[in-house]
Design a protein around this ligand. Structure first.
Ligand code: MG
Length: 302
């Protein structure tokens, strides 16, 4: 039935979706798909299949799917910077890296205060060119998504890479920081906490941190929204400030003030999403084994 994959909680959600839009299955066969990023110039999407240690590539023109890189140091989250370069979080590499225009790889961050990072998970680029990333322990907890290794940091935190290269710790009060994104005006940084995986008392949630006036740090944060189905992992923000967030039963859509507008229901656990297509109005959904996409009446932030 058309529209049966939606759950509308607020009438505003009906204006953000197309009732007759289908969920397209673009590819299946992964173990844990994550980290989608749309490369506008090449009109293709890449995403991670973390336990299989490969990055996949979907071509928008032909629909063909191929391997982009394998092995890939168990990459997880990706984003595209202001110059169109792909930025990667590497579990096994325990770093944030960048694909340069000439194909070479630059490591942007692999340690903090002389100790190795845990396993960078997700990443966002701010308008000033700084790169903000989360560093939970999932990539060093076992050999499944990286190399099992001791944690050298004193916890799981959020970091910022300055355009000049310096690294600062910007958030240190989370259990397992995971997906992250800025509000459209960059006054807030949102960060998902999946700490429930290790700490039973940790509510699955997104926290919200006010960004300092100079843009280089955040003030103390607050719990913003809680997850009623599974965990929030990766998410993206549209131009109106709505948050499209992965969850255990699909994609949950929240307003700027934290109201749950509705859901796109998927029959698998969703780990991450991103907007793509020439109009940035197609939502790509990494859901456990499968890459899906659906057109929405919203545009992803650039
Ligand atoms: Mg993640």
């Amino acid at each position: 039935m058309p529209g049966e994959h939606y759950e509308i909680r607020d009438e505003r959600f009906a204006r953000l979706i197309h009732s007759n839009a289908s969920i397209d299955i673009l590819w299946t066969g992964g173990r844990w798909t994550e980290g989608p990023a749309y490369l506008a110039a090449g009109r293709y999407l890449i995403w991670s299949d973390i336990p299989n240690d490969r990055i996949m590539r979907w071509d928008e023109m032909s629909g063909a799917v191929s391997i982009f890189e394998e092995p890939c140091r168990n990459q997880n989250g990706h984003t595209v910077d202001r110059q169109g370069r792909l930025i990667a979080c590497e579990h096994r590499g325990r770093c944030v890296s960048r694909y340069e225009i000439d194909g070479s790889r630059t490591i942007l961050a692999d340690s903090y205060q002389g100790r190795r990072l845990n396993s960078p998970n997700d990443v966002v680029v701010k308008s000033d060119g700084s790169i903000w990333f989360t560093d939970p322990s999932y990539g060093i907890d076992s050999d499944y998504e990286g190399d099992a290794s001791p944690m050298e940091q004193d916890g799981r935190h959020v970091y910022r890479i300055d355009p000049t290269g310096g690294i600062t710790r910007v958030i240190d009060d989370m259990k397992q920081p995971n997906g992250l994104a800025f509000s459209p005006d960059e006054s807030f940084l949102y960060v998902a906490d999946t700490g429930r995986t290790h700490f039973p008392d940790c509510e699955p949630k997104i926290r919200r941190y006010p960004v300092a006036a100079d843009g280089t740090s955040v003030a103390s944060g607050e719990d913003f929204v809680f997850c009623e189905a599974g965990l929030f992992d990766g998410f993206r923000v549209d131009t109106a400030g709505n948050i499209w967030c992965s969850a255990g039963d699909g994609v949950h859509c929240f307003t700027l003030d934290g109201t749950l507008l509705g859901k796109i229901l998927i029959g698998e656990v969703v780990a991450n999403v991103c907007f793509g297509g020439p109009k940035r109005n197609r939502l790509f959904i990494c859901s456990t084994t499968t890459l899906r996409a659906i057109y929405v009446n919203a545009q992803g932030l650039r």
